[in-house]
Design a protein around this ligand. Structure first.
Ligand code: ZN
Ligand code: ZN
Length: 364
């Protein structure tokens, strides 16, 4: 990432400060710190004033902070206490009203700020997150590479899956393949859910043994340059799909295709959600799609915007979102298909492969 990009982002955050009539913003949410400075470590306080940026970390990150943050901020390393250092920086900068990120600041740290003299703390919500919704071309490219990596890992592992092994065994091979192909980390706990367990939208991968004819739902991610991909595929193991499996699968697939073809930037998150939801309901499965259609994707695997019945705001151009309809029948199983989409001003661009022909794994 170029220093210029970080400066542009910091400048945009400063404009938000002015609008909210704050003298400074204390950034404590680490993905936001990364977005504004490039820092990838786990200990950082970033104070953005109207004209300066202070980055405070501890001695473990002395070398890394110099390399990653560079001259995008004034780097202060404190060997004793980053919060004491912050108090001194705030006093020296003379910023009477400091905004804090309400979603990430702990009560303990709020108490530390409250103890600082002549300081008024004001709660803020999503100042940096709103900037992060609009992806620049490098960010879109990183998500695309993560999605390609994830699809490659799945293509490597799927032909080796067979009835008689456990969900965890499949997850282990998939996670190994993701790492071997260059995923920095698993952005969330890999879901491998078989048979009736595929009806749990957020199943934990378990020791259950996969049986012939089972659904196998795999929801997994990859991370490249900090950016996440999030994919779900559902396949049948060791048998041909039966009629009911086919009907459910084709419903989910048609719902996803309808959303992928019809969604647009500036459409509301609710209208995008309805593209899939209405089709599923029309085929009689309305009560079986209990979650929202998708979520934003970036440095975090769940970020703004949302594609949901309650999301009335327009989807911004240059956002990246998932499209993941599902149909779940408790005791029987479920199907979900998930792809990652860039909302370009000219229309949606699928960043993942959208290879959703029904796969029946017939290997003995
Ligand atoms: Zn997912
Ligand atoms: Zn997702």
């Amino acid at each position: 990432m170029t220093a210029d990009r970080r400066r542009v982002r910091q400048a945009a955050a400063r404009r938000a400060l002015e609008i909210e009539e704050l003298d400074a913003l204390l950034v404590t949410h680490l993905p936001n710190v990364r977005y504004l400075t490039g820092f990838t470590g786990t200990s950082a306080l970033l104070l953005l004033t109207r004209d300066r940026t202070f980055f405070i970390s501890d001695f473990r990150y002395e070398t890394q902070a110099a390399q990653e943050v560079g001259d995008s901020a004034s780097v202060e390393i404190d060997r004793a206490s980053v919060w004491d250092r912050l108090a001194r920086v705030i006093a020296a900068a003379a910023v009477p009203i400091v905004g804090v990120e309400a979603q990430s600041l702990t009560l303990r740290d709020a108490e530390r700020l409250a103890a600082m003299p002549r300081l008024r703390v004001q709660s803020t919500n999503g100042i940096v997150e709103r900037l992060r919704v609009i992806k620049d071309p490098d960010e879109v490219d990183a998500i695309r590479r993560a999605a390609e990596l994830a699809a490659g890992a799945l293509a490597q592992v799927l032909p080796t899956v067979r009835a008689g092994e456990t969900e965890l065994a499949v997850a282990a091979r998939l996670e190994a393949a993701l790492r071997e192909r260059g995923s920095e980390w698993h952005p969330f706990q890999t879901i491998v859910a078989s048979g009736p367990r595929s009806a749990l939208p957020h199943a934990r991968t378990s020791t259950r043994t996969i049986e012939r004819g089972d659904w196998l739902l795999l929801d997994f991610g990859a991370q490249v340059d900090g950016y996440c991909a999030d994919l779900t595929r559902t396949v049948v193991v060791g048998a041909r799909a039966d009629a009911r499996q086919r009907a459910v699968y084709e419903t989910v697939r048609a719902a996803q295709q309808r959303a992928l073809a019809g969604m647009r930037a500036e459409m509301s998150g609710r209208d995008a959600d309805a593209l899939a939801r209405d089709l599923i309901a029309a085929r009689g499965f309305g009560d079986a799609f209990g979650h929202s259609l998708g979520h934003g994707l970036g440095l975090e695997v769940h970020e703004a915007p949302r594609l949901a019945a309650t999301a009335t705001d327009p989807l911004p151009a240059h956002a990246v979102v998932t499209v993941e309809p599902g149909v779940y029948r408790p005791g029987w199983g479920g199907v979900r298909l998930e792809d990652d989409v860039y909302l370009s001003p000219d229309g949606p661009v699928c960043l993942s492969d959208n290879q959703t022909d029904l796969i029946e794994l017939m290997r003995e």
